[in-house]
Design a protein around this ligand. Sequence first.
Ligand code: AMP
Length: 172
Amino acid sequence: MEYIKSKIRDVLDFPSKGIVFKDLTTAFKDPRALHIIGWDLSQLYRDKGVTKVVGIESRGFIGGSILAFELGAGFVPARKPGKLPADVVRMTYDKEYGTDTIEMHSDAIGPDDIVVIHDDVLATGGTMAAAYNLVKSMNPKKIYINFIIELESLGGRANLPADVDVTSLITY
Ligand code: AMP
């Protein structure tokens, strides 16, 4: 884990002043760090019968795809509005300024699915809470939530459902 941490770059004041952005591109471009991330993520879910991994646009697509591949599960994108071509379901949620919306194909998840929803970073948890509600509306058997990084000081877990199993590889 220390090795992965050593490859994560802190970018100050991105995307706005006062934010310390955890940049995972420097870990993803390092073959050893990428391998460890993929392996460690998959170890968390090996025995859980996961059938689909939902990745949140766009940084959640990277770890989410690797996790799906490692588990022998399918991959489902949760995207910004207007990007998915077929019939969609959507969830609008409050952000610090204004609102945001995410969409998924309405046939992406079914009642037999065991789902992991993955994003790269847990900050306030608003994005993941919306993704969770969207996946939940499609009535899968079980939902897990996973991040590579959790920013504990922002308290994002409190915005996620208390009865859901939430994991993260690295905490700050
Ligand atoms: P949240 O506040 O949890 O809804 O985060 C919104 C999105 O922005 C998530 O997809 C996170 O991956 C990303 N994000 C928020 N804060 C950071 C940060 N400090 N470093 C990297 N990514 C972040």
